[in-house]
Design a protein. Structure first.
Length: 102
C-alpha cells in the first residue's frame, strides 16, 4: 500500500534538497532513492512544486534525469549559473559534471 503524502514525507524530501551543495544538482529520482522510495521521482517533483509553502529550500538545484530544467521557470537557470553550474544548452544542466555525488 502506498504511503500517503503527508507533512513528514514532504519534510523528508525537503531535508534532502536542503543538503544539495551550492554548484551541484540532484535529480528527482536521486532524491527519491535517498529517501528509500526509488520509484517515486514524480512524487518528489510534486513536492518541489509546493515547496514554497514549507519554507525556503534550494529547489532550483533539482532537475530531471537528463538535466533538464523545469519548463516555464526561467529563473532556475539563472540561479544555477550564478552558483557556477555548467549548462549544456539553455535549458539543460551538464548533469555529468554537476550532479551531486553522494
Amino acid at each position: 500500500m502506498a504511503r500517503i503524502l503527508d507533512e513528514a514525507l514532504i519534510y523528508e524530501i525537503l531535508s534532502v534538497v536542503e543538503e544539495i551543495p551550492e554548484g551541484k544538482v540532484a535529480t528527482y529520482g536521486q532524491i527519491a532513492r535517498l529517501i528509500g522510495r526509488e520509484r517515486n521521482a514524480r512524487l518528489v517533483g510534486r513536492v518541489m512544486s509546493m515547496a514554497e509553502f514549507y519554507g525556503s529550500y534550494p529547489c532550483h538545484r533539482v532537475v530531471n534525469h537528463a538535466g533538464r530544467l523545469v519548463p516555464g521557470w526561467d529563473m532556475q537557470g539563472v540561479l544555477l549559473e550564478d552558483e557556477g553550474v555548467v549548462m549544456k544548452k539553455e535549458d539543460y544542466v551538464d548533469i555529468k559534471r554537476c550532479q551531486w555525488k553522494i
